[in-house]
Design a protein around this ligand. Structure first.
Ligand code: OKP
Ligand code: ZN
Length: 341
């Protein structure tokens, strides 16, 4: 299939994240994308560049002032003479005002971010925009008749909501792809999120909408990031009630239980009867992923791909997580390969 890739991803590099009490180099590294690129090229997928889109496309999913904040945050940090990393250090938790957007850089960071694992470096915006364009290009290819297309997005996107960023995510690539398909005339679109972590941003964006179904398999937020969303009782609201489905699974889940949950997800998708599918494709469900705790093996990813392809829907696959770098290429290529058969 066509795989959308931009070398601009590599400009997002060198950041540090607060992880278990220490500032460490981020797990979300440029070599992830390069290893995926090499593996899918070797498997015969055709690499294509992202197209240009008017930036107004971003506003179908994100708040304009949030987009402008992300674009300018690093330059502003520097122009104010700060050293060190652009990482927020305070957030409007319960009891603090959420209706104020402080004008200073520290208050703005706390207002827009929801964790300290998502650094902004000089090249972050270039990579973020390239990832968003890649997802929309893959959606355009599918809207134009491709059976499936893949966007090699880096940084990932599913934790980013309308006006918040976190979890290594800045703009929501999968949501932008789904919105593109809606704008191209697809009446109902499903986003299936198989990343290890709950796609809280995607859920929030489509929470009150009936035209985009959100279905997610993930580590139980009782113990797994992002901790504060992704529980089974979250089902959408207003016109969107019943169009969000969360299937949290305990840490340590292996293939049999995972496959059973995936069948539940596929049943819900079939009942919704969408015109197309967007897959938030994280492979951090892999047994040796350094920040996750499911136990899928490389031989399971072609099985996942086969089940997804079996829906027989036009499909946009959007790269999310996966931090076991040595195996990430094989695992992603395993999913994609099933669409060719
Ligand atoms: C991004 B994606 C756990 C810290 C987790 C952020 C994880 C973001 C994952 N102690 N930090 O969903 O793969
Ligand atoms: Zn993840």
């Amino acid at each position: 299939m066509k795989a959308v890739y931009s070398p601009l991803h590599a400009r997002h590099d060198g950041g540090f994240e607060l992880y278990r009490g220490q500032l460490v180099p981020t797990f979300e590294t440029p070599d992830r994308a390069e290893i995926i690129r090499a593996a899918i090229a070797a498997a015969g997928h055709e690499l294509v560049q992202p197209r240009e889109f008017p930036e107004s496309r971003l506003l179908g999913v994100h708040d304009g002032e949030f987009v402008e904040f992300l674009r300018g945050a690093h330059a502003r940090w520097q122009s104010e003479g700060r050293q060190g990393h652009v990482i927020p250090s305070g957030f409007p938790a319960r009891g603090l005002r959420q209706d104020r957007r402080p004008s200073g850089i520290s208050g703005s960071l706390g207002y827009y971010a929801f964790d300290a694992s998502t650094p902004i470096v000089a090249g972050t915006w270039d990579a973020v925009l390239a990832a968003a364009r890649s997802a929309m290009t893959a959606a355009a290819l599918v809207a134009e008749g491709e059976r499936a297309a893949y966007a090699l997005c880096r940084p990932p996107g599913h934790h980013a909501a309308r006006s918040t960023y976190g979890g290594y995510c800045y703009l929501n690539n999968a949501a932008l792809a789904a919105q593109y398909l809606r704008d191209a005339g697809h009446r109902r679109v499903t986003i299936l999120d198989v990343d290890y972590h709950h796609g809280n941003g995607t859920q929030e964006i489509f929470w009150e909408r009936e035209d985009v179904q959100f279905v997610s398999l993930h580590g139980d937020p009782e113990t797994e990031y992002p901790w504060f969303l992704g529980y089974a009782d979250e089902r959408g609201a207003g016109p969107g009630e019943g169009f969000t489905l969360n299937l949290p699974l305990p840490a340590g889940t292996a293939w049999d239980a995972y496959a059973a949950a995936l069948q539940t997800a596929l049943g819900a998708i079939t009942r919704y009867d969408p015109e197309s599918l967007v897959v938030s494709l994280g492979v951090d469900t892999f047994v040796s992923d350094p920040i996750s705790s499911f136990k899928l093996e490389s031989r399971h990813y072609p099985l996942i791909g086969g089940l997804l392809a079996g829906l027989r829907l036009p499909t946009v696959l959007v790269q999310e997580g996966g931090y076991a770098v040595a195996e990430i290429g094989e695992n992603v290529a395993g999913v994609l390969g099933a669409f060719a058969d």
